[in-house]
Design a protein around this ligand. Structure first.
Ligand SMILES: Nc1nc2c(ncn2[C@@H]2O[C@H](COP(=O)(O)OP(=O)(O)OP(=O)(O)O)[C@@H](O)[C@H]2O)c(=O)[nH]1
Length: 211
């Protein structure tokens, strides 16, 4: 049976140190890398098959968007958004609320799949944001919500990303959007870079984005 293939562009947003890269790499490789020295965005290409369909996914792991002024460009580019905060840092939760509000203002409601991820749930002793608060925020913006721990397991990240891709697939059937090409790194090349080097500090390079 021929599997349908669809292309989905995912943008991962959130405060510095909230665990965006750790969650993305955990989902892509099932492994946890402790430290990244991030200097910019990183774009991964990933092919995933589930629910009888194949998705060619581009995941943009952003860094310091607000400071670098590239947030609007990323919001225009994405079909789906993962907004990450750390359950141990209230400031990152407030920033996530701002990001959800921005997405609501700039992307017509129902035109993009969005999920809110409360990361670092393994650090219960340092928790500052309760799960109910994340749930309420997701209800307010009509988006999905998961608490995950990139450090503890890949199940949470996989569940959250597959749910996001499932929603993006459904929207793509309703809202065909123009496709723009991006220079991208294949996951195998990226993973080689990550694991080829000292995995303690992985330098992230900013690929040339041509939208
Ligand atoms: N305990 C714990 N630590 C985590 C988890 N996820 C990430 N970290 C740690 O949090 C720190 C930041 O993780 P990154 O993935 O680099 O965070 P980031 O959001 O990509 O950071 P920027 O690139 O600066 O925006 C690192 O020290 C990670 O080891 C988690 O689930 N649990």
């Amino acid at each position: 049976m021929k599997m349908t293939v669809n292309r989905i562009r995912v943008v991962v947003l959130g405060s510095p140190r909230s665990g965006k890269s750790a969650v993305v790499v955990r989902y892509l490789t099932k492994r946890y890398i402790g430290e990244y020295s991030s200097t910019g965005d990183f774009l991964y290409q990933h092919r995933v098959a589930f629910d009888g369909a194949v998705s060619e996914v581009e995941i943009l792991d952003t860094s310091n968007c607000a400071i670098r002024g590239c947030l609007a460009e990323h919001v225009r580019w994405g079909d789906a958004f993962a907004v990450v905060y750390s359950v141990c840092e209230r400031r990152s939760f407030l920033a996530a609320a701002e990001l959800l509000s921005l997405l609501e203002r700039t992307r017509l409601p129902g035109c993009a799949a969005v999920t809110l991820l409360g990361n670092k749930r393994d650090l219960e002793h340092a928790r500052e944001v309760h799960a109910e608060e994340g749930q309420e925020l997701s209800l307010r913006f009509g988006c999905q919500f998961y608490e995950v721990s990139a450090a503890e397991s890949c199940a949470g990240a996989a569940l959250a990303f597959h749910a996001l891709l499932r929603e993006a697939r459904a929207l793509a059937l309703l809202l065909p959007a123009p496709r723009r090409k991006l220079a991208a790194y294949s996951v195998s090349k990226v993973i080689g870079t990550i694991f080829g080097k000292n995995s303690k500090s992985v330098r992230k390079k900013r690929p040339s984005l041509s939208i």
